[in-house]
Design a protein around this ligand. Structure first.
Ligand SMILES: CCCCCCCCC/C=C/C(=O)SCCNC(=O)CCNC(=O)[C@H](O)C(C)(C)COP(=O)(O)OP(=O)(O)OC[C@H]1O[C@@H](n2cnc3c(N)ncnc32)[C@H](O)[C@@H]1OP(=O)(O)O
Length: 243
């Protein structure tokens, strides 16, 4: 699955919906057993959630958007398919969450390709299920530091803290993901799937139990004047970077 939403693969409502539909199609076709998730945007895996969906819109839109973000995470996190990400570019916040929801991560060895949950740098916070997904991957202490400081880890550090499983030269990301896949596909499918569910269901259940409350929290939080202002300032900084 190659993500293509130029220029930065931001996860707009439309793009999230496309990703969901693609995943559902693959999941419902018994001929498919695995997905390699990668990007078609040079140098960028994903810039995360689309800031335009969270800025200057109305509460109904925020609620609809957040429900789609939740759905994407739940579907990827619990997918019965083997999902491996071949991360071929910078990967921020919501994009990093998507990669963390995969079963295995291969990252291209380019110092520009940092990844992490950098929400605090925008003046916002990672929701509890983003946090849980990170803790499940790198452990509590690393997650605590990474989340507070909004750290984006370059490849060597991402590997060292366990945010990714393998770092390879840029031209080998896909082939490395494919070789890894062979090992996962050699395991009897039902045993692997049940084990994945055993490991992940308690984390997903926390969100499933309070999905509506989480949507309400998001809508309240993102609608605040101070948060809207922080997002506008951040977007402005991104634009100024060019001039
Ligand atoms: C209680 C519950 C609490 C809940 C609390 C709320 C929880 C919210 C959780 C949020 C999760 C997130 O994912 S928030 C998103 C975090 N993402 C980021 O911080 C990444 C920001 N982007 C970047 O750093 C850079 O764009 C990067 C990806 C490295 C690419 O750099 P480049 O120089 O190649 O490209 P740029 O010139 O910067 O970007 C190209 C254009 O894309 C736009 N753009 C870049 N990122 C964008 C984005 N995420 N959304 C929209 N648009 C984006 C830029 O503004 C430019 O627009 P034009 O100038 O018009 O062309």
């Amino acid at each position: 699955m190659k993500m293509r939403n130029p220029p930065v693969n931001s996860l707009s409502l439309e793009f999230l919906t496309e990703l969901l539909i693609s995943l559902e199609k693959l999941e419902s076709d018994k001929a498919f057993h695995a997905i390699i998730l990668t990007s078609d945007c040079p140098g960028i895996f994903s810039a995360g959630l689309d800031l335009m969906e969270m800025c200057g819109r109305d509460p109904t839109h925020y609620a609809e958007y957040w429900k789609a973000v939740q759905e994407l995470w739940l579907r990827f996190y619990l997918s019965h398919l083997v999902v491996i990400s071949a991360i071929n570019g910078v990967n921020a916040a919501g994009g990093c969450l998507l990669a963390l929801s995969c079963d295995y991560r291969v990252l291209a060895d380019n110092p520009k390709y940092a990844m992490g949950l950098n929400e605090t740098l925008l003046g916002i916070i990672a929701p509890f299920w983003f946090k849980d997904t990170l803790v499940n991957t790198v452990g509590h202490r690393t997650a605590e530091r990474a989340l507070q400081l909004g750290l984006l880890f370059p490849p060597a550090e991402a590997l060292q803290v366990g945010m990714v499983d393998k770092v390879v030269p840029e031209d080998q990301v896909l082939s490395a993901a494919r070789s890894e896949l062979a090992q996962w596909l050699a395991i009897p499918g039902h045993a692997r799937q049940l084990t994945k569910s055993l490991m992940r269901k308690p984390t997903a259940d926390r969100l499933l139990k309070e999905r509506d409350a989480d949507i309400q929290n998001f809508v309240r939080f993102i609608s605040r004047d101070a948060i809207q202002k922080a997002l506008r300032v951040y977007l402005e900084k991104l634009k100024q970077k060019k001039t």
